[in-house]
Design a protein around this ligand. Structure first.
Ligand code: PLP
Length: 393
């Protein structure tokens, strides 16, 4: 059975060019880039090239790039550094819809005496910028707001938010794990101090990430050890991962146009057809300020997990907006924060596309999903045919 992979916000397939670029560094060229000999030196040269490729994608200087193990490490390193270099400040501003890499860290910091403001979002997933402005205080050490939401794709105005933070002398971090490679980013043109990237979200392997730290930003390393990454992150470099990520960043720049035209059209086609064919369905998240590849759709009166299982029978991979907590299905914190009604939140499915998806794949989903929802609704105690009102927005 062919796999139709529409779960690219969870992880992505390796680009063939990325595999080709990294393979020699898993086999023949295994030297340590810190070694004095030229066998290691040739790897160091390739790492330098990769750093330049990564920097080019986000418009920064190569020495502002710190290679890490993943997006989670980058988020932790950024926030903990901001707190360490400003021990007198005890306040963090973030949002209710962050990934657990930020949210769970902030919750942990809250138990250790830090004050955390979690900004709410409205029904379309947006922040109230006046409320944001008011949350910034002389005691605020750092703001951490995601660039784009992993569940809904909603894009926050992080560049504006960073400006407001800078005006008040507050460090600004953004988790750009879902944004990088999907929308243009130019760090020369904004006030963002730190930014997180994860390789496996942009067709590089798992186990490699980036923390961008703007030149001049005070920084305290998360991993203390050797002198790697100019003393900002100890540990022998994941050289195949770094070289792979360099290639992936180069490719992402080349594919940005395709992502924002063809992939977006495929996403829009999927979305509009599903809303047309399935009553009582709606899209969660702003229609415009949204990643081009992401669609989070709720199908009322059915459970997301059941939909996923039935899609799986056809080789279709997606994600649901609820997670099994203590044996019961809980709608995700993102959908709860947006006030998505309970009966809708339970039946939410996230489709996340990539440049490797085709029109045939999307049409296959459009063919298979409506009868799945119909079957599940027939089994649902809450569904009566008379309820059918299409609430698409
Ligand atoms: N931040 C966001 C928005 C994510 O979507 C993810 C992964 O899903 C992460 C952080 C964590 O990245 P990693 O899996 O590389 O630790």
């Amino acid at each position: 059975m062919k796999t139709v992979y529409l779960d690219n916000n969870a992880t992505t397939q390796l680009a063939p060019e990325v595999i080709e670029a990294m393979m020699p560094y898993l086999s023949d060229f295994f030297g340590n880039p810190s070694s004095m000999h030229s066998f290691g030196g040739q790897v160091a040269a390739k790492v330098r090239e990769a750093r330049e490729q990564c920097a080019a994608l986000i418009g920064c200087s190569p020495d502002e790039i710190i290679f890490t193990s993943c997006g989670t490490e980058s988020d932790n390193a950024a926030i903990r550094s901001a707190l360490t270099v400003q021990p007198e400040k005890r306040h963090i501003v973030t949002s209710r819809v962050e990934h657990p890499a930020v949210r769970a860290l902030c919750a942990d910091l809250a138990t250790r005496g830090y004050r955390v403001t979690e900004l709410p979002v409205d029904a379309s997933g947006h922040l109230d910028m006046d409320q944001y402005r008011e949350s910034l205080t002389p005691d605020t050490a750092v703001v951490s707001l995601m660039w784009a939401n992993n569940e809904t794709g909603v894009i926050f105005p992080v560049e504006k938010a960073a400006e407001l933070a800078r005006e008040r002398g507050i460090l600004f971090h953004t988790d750009a794990v879902q944004a990088v490679g999907k929308i243009p980013i130019d760090l020369r043109a904004n006030a963002i101090d730190m930014l997180s990237i994860s390789g496996h979200k942009l067709h590089a392997p798992k186990g490699i990430g980036i923390l961008y730290v703007r030149k001049g930003t005070r920084f305290s390393p998360f991993l203390i050890g050797g002198h790697q990454e100019k003393g900002r992150r100890g540990g022998t470099e994941n050289t195949p991962g770094i070289i792979a990520l360099g290639k992936a960043c180069e490719l992402a720049a080349q594919h940005m146009e395709d992502e924002n035209t063809r992939v977006k059209q495929l996403r829009d086609h999927l979305e509009s057809e599903l809303l047309r064919l399935i009553p009582n369905s709606r899209v969660n998240g702003d229609a415009v300020a949204r990643l081009p590849n992401t669609s989070n759709i709720s199908f009322e009166f059915v459970e997301g997990e059941s939909i996923l299982l039935m899609l799986n029978e056809y080789g279709i991979c997606a994600s649901s907006g609820s997670a099994c907590t203590s044996g019961s299905l809980q709608p995700s914190h993102v959908l709860r924060a947006m006030g998505v009604p309970f009966t809708m939140a339970h039946g939410s499915i996230r489709f996340s596309l990539s440049i490797y998806n085709t029109r045939e794949e999307i049409d296959f989903v459009i063919e298979k999903l409506p009868p799945i929802i119909e079957t599940l609704r027939r089994l649902s105690p809450y569904w009566t045919a008379g309820d059918q009102v299409c609430t698409a927005q």
